[in-house]
Design a protein around this ligand. Structure first.
Ligand SMILES: *[C@@H]1O[C@H](CO)[C@@H](O)[C@H](O)[C@H]1NC(C)=O
Length: 403
């Protein structure tokens, strides 16, 4: 009996120790956040173990969550939902049922997941797309692009660009009663990366006549060059997206070869040959003082081995949109950016906002100082957070007023 109680206490203490993580004071609903993070961490540990034992790729295990949260395309009283494909790339379409004489608006949505995970059919994305379609009376095209590690860059990008280009044809817009002057592209995290890249590419594509009205970038990933910005340094162990996982996503975008991961992890994946590019991600000039705080800007640290030669995509502006020259940023559409304080990617977003404003692009930047990466996904039970509903509502309100 006594030994049972001892066991019980021990297990409880260990469990509490496992679940507990120090969180910044202003993070709300701390217990839920800790449980959520512990769930994520457990999945990550399982992935690491499976990989160590040679059973499965790390990302195959991480994909479990995407699979668990899979939803069928089920229409409701407001929106007709169907899975189809645009030019052979699978998309999930949300068509509002409300009849109207006027043409509709449209949002092309690109889900996140580090180019390795996620799907338009995941519960949180499916819900967001329904809400977008219903509240804006807009058509939503949510893209299911190919994922790493099976497919590396440029598969993800190509799929997204294919869909966008297909959709922006007059005949297709007409078919869906979409107003060609009221189309947005939007995406979160790696989807924000793809949305940024596609919007840039469209500016200079002579084959596309229809122009996007808005790009909405939700805590986007924007550069491969410096994986030690103040936000990477401060938020390496914050919920959902650790620095290790982000570096893993980055390296898997190009290759499963662990050497690239190791070099990126120590931020020595560039050589002095790339020195001239660091001005584009110089956080000492591009971040506000409030974020620079006590951080000291050092000269980049260079490695010996040229990963850029092996994987030139690392410096492709379709991968690292922050490496785009100033004059190529001019003419971008109205841009909406969300950043979160406790996110390794926070400074990518802030730096892009600075660069865009310097180039004369109109930017609306909503920075949330009490939350972390991936927050928009936390809109469904059992892990839904108040702040997720709040940020989603603000985002949809802004889109509704501006698209
Ligand atoms: C970054 O900006 C600082 C000025 O704040 C400058 O001293 C430094 O040389 C810059 N570094 C690069 C690589 O552009």
């Amino acid at each position: 009996m006594a030994s049972k109680s001892v066991c019980f206490v021990l297990v409880t203490v260990l469990l509490a120790y496992y679940i507990y993580m120090p969180l910044p004071d202003n993070v709300e609903e701390k217990f839920k956040v800790m449980l959520l993070d512990a769930t994520f961490r457990t999945l990550g540990h399982a992935g690491t173990l499976a990989e160590l034992l040679g059973i499965k790729h790390y990302m195959d295990v991480m994909m479990l969550l995407t699979k668990l949260e899979h939803t069928e395309p089920i229409s409701d009283e407001h929106v007709t939902v169907t899975d189809t494909s645009f030019n052979n790339v699978p998309v999930r379409l949300y068509v509002p049922k409300r009849q109207s004489e006027a043409l509709r608006r449209a949002v092309i949505y690109i889900h996140g997941g580090g180019w390795c995970l996620g799907s338009a059919a995941m519960m949180p994305y499916d819900l967001l797309s329904r809400q977008t379609a219903q509240q804006l009376n807009a058509l939503v095209v949510s893209i299911n692009y190919r994922l790493a590690p099976i497919f590396h860059f440029p598969a993800q990008y190509d799929d997204v660009y294919t869909v966008v280009k297909f959709f922006l044809q007059h005949s297709i817009l007409e078919k869906y009663s979409v107003d060609p002057s009221r189309i947005a592209v939007s995406g979160d995290s790696a989807g924000g990366n793809l949305a940024t890249a596609v919007t840039l590419e469209l500016l200079h594509d002579p084959e596309v006549k229809v122009k996007l009205k808005i790009q909405a970038l939700i805590y986007p990933v924007l550069q491969t060059l410096d994986l030690n910005t103040p936000s990477y340094r401060e938020n390496g162990n914050m919920p959902i997206l650790s620095r290790t996982l982000m570096v893993r996503f980055w390296s898997e975008y190009f290759t499963t070869d662990k050497k690239l991961f190791d070099a990126m992890f120590t931020n020595r994946h560039m050589t002095s040959q790339e020195a001239h590019l660091f001005k584009f991600v110089n956080w000492s000039t591009l971040l506000p003082d409030s974020l620079k705080k006590h951080h000291i800007y050092h000269k980049p640290q260079y490695g010996d081995s040229s990963f850029v030669k092996k994987y030139p995509a690392i410096l492709d502006t379709r991968v690292s949109p922050l490496l785009t020259e100033d004059d190529k940023l001019k003419g971008l559409p109205l841009t909406y950016v969300i950043t979160c304080m406790y996110d390794v990617l926070r400074d990518d977003g802030f730096m892009y906002v600075s660069r865009l404003r310097q180039a004369g692009v109109q930017v609306i930047h909503h920075h949330y100082d009490s939350t972390f990466h991936g927050i928009l996904l936390l809109n469904t039970l059992p892990f839904d957070l108040e702040i997720a509903h709040h940020i989603t509502a603000k985002y949809l309100e802004w889109l509704g007023n501006n698209l």
